[in-house]
Design a protein. Sequence first.
Lengths: 321, 328
Amino acid sequence: MGQNLLSVNGLKTQFPTLLGVVRAVDGIELDVEVGETVGLVGESGSGKTVTALSIMKLVPPPGRIVEGRILFNGANILELNEAEMRRVRGEKIAMCFQDPMTYLNPVMRVGEQIAENITLHEKLERQQALGKAIEMMDLVGIPHASERCQDYPHQLSGGMRQRILLAMAISCRPKLLIADEPTTSVDVIIQAQILKMLMELKRKLDTSVLLITHNLGIVAQLCDKIAVMYAGNIVEYAGTAALFDAPKHPYTETLLGSIPRLDLDTKSLKIMRGSVPDLINPPSGCTFHPRCPYAKETCSKQTPGLEAIEKGRLVKCLLYN
Amino acid sequence: MSEMLLQIDSLTKHFPVEKGFLSSILAKESKVVHAVDEVSFNIMKDETFSLVGETGSGKTTTAKLILRLVEPTSGDVRFEGRSIFKLEKDELRKLRSNMQIVFQDPFASLNPRETAGEIIGAPFKIQGLMSKSDRRKAVLELLNMVGLEPAPMCFDKYPHEFSGGQRQRIGIARALALRPKFIVADEPVASLDVSIRSQILDLMQSLKKQLKLTYLMISHDLSVVRYMSDRVAVMYLAKIAELAEAKKIFASPKHPYTKALISAVPIPDPRVKMHDVLLKGEIPSPINPPSGCRFHTRCPIAKDVCSEREPALVEVDREHLVACHFAQ
């Protein structure tokens, strides 16, 4: 039984707006054990990115974490002040975002950008930090790193830029890497290269990974455990094999059935009715009930809890409670 | 025996590269981006033909050429036997009612200041053949056809009041307005949430049967392509690498690039393990494509002849074409 590196308990993150409060993350439990790769799967509006930002304490105002604990190595990071959090962020927990062009400084050479993260956390001379940055670029598979470190972001291809973001994230050898849709903006062959590199990195640096994505193929191949998010809640949590073998939550089941397969002839696809709910006024009872093929009357009245139906399997559904 | 609807014949498009002042004086030749190079294939009536490839493969430019949204550098496209590039204004307008497009981004392709009714009614307005009340009737019928109900209410709503999937339905309704025979679907579900995609794919399939449509689908998502397509052409750096029936190309690909593409897709089943990544490096520049076979710089089975001689696209099996010196 592994030890929990990260333990999220009862996390609630909300965004006040003119129309009401958006309950982006509405009470979630999430664990990442040492050495694990946990997948956080969801679509737009599920709350997966806000979860990641909450763990990093980077929720953009006026959003804020209103409830819950985030234990990292046993200590609640929500109780740390900003100075203490800066020693955690980037060094112990690092995040790699989705769109490299948005997150890279266009007027700074890429080597310098990686070195910047290093000098924020370690007392190194500029040249030493640059040397380490080049090492990181090597690790993420950028050819001719000692020359490419002088490039500006626009001189690199999309795949290379994504690798730079990863290099920045791992530059201080974090214990936990949060990768938010790390391959959405690249083509499928580059995606395969980057995912392979990510898994090798994980082994080399002994890093745990929280992989956030909507791509079920990626989580099937890379993750040990998967948490499925819907409208701010985790609706199912299970080991990867168990989840794909027999999904329990109707959302998971419909989702898995709605994607065509490349390796098989798909006769027909399951259709998910309706659309993502309003997070200001979510449906009563179970947030998924308006779209659920198995919904009963109680589903609109009673909110199910995320409960264990077997060891290591949690489902948030009245069919099982 | 199905008839041919479209013939694409040695279609080529080179885009000029803008040069700085000094380079225009000093450089001897103008450089061009090879977007599409001598691409030939046919699209049969009632089929779904897909063009797949990564960024820079030329699939989107090919689609734009077929719709004459871009003028070719050379080559021809014949719709029902007639060259589309030789048509005059009036004839072109008539042709356009037969060839329509559904765009990728349901946000960007709809005018935010027009209601769904106005957006879908625009083709009728442009063709100038109907009265306002007839237009309204036709638009309501289209809204129902694409599942946007209640139609009268949706008629007056603006794009931002719809979800992504619903906006894509508006785009589809607009494309269907003039009852085209041929629709280009450019990454029709790529911008949509995963769970919504099956709704739109299903809609496209049923509309195809109902209205006897022929589709040209552009996509980078091989799983969607396998599900929707009758035939598939794989493009790499402006050329077709392989062309075959969907079932055959995915079950037994012959071109090393197609094999690499297929093996790179992570399967949503943990029991089906991903193969090792076969390709190194990235796609070369379309301004200076590699000599001989453009794929040779990354090909795991490349030999000397591959950098010297460009392979022709030839039939190696029934209705299965490959451009490779060593296709198996």
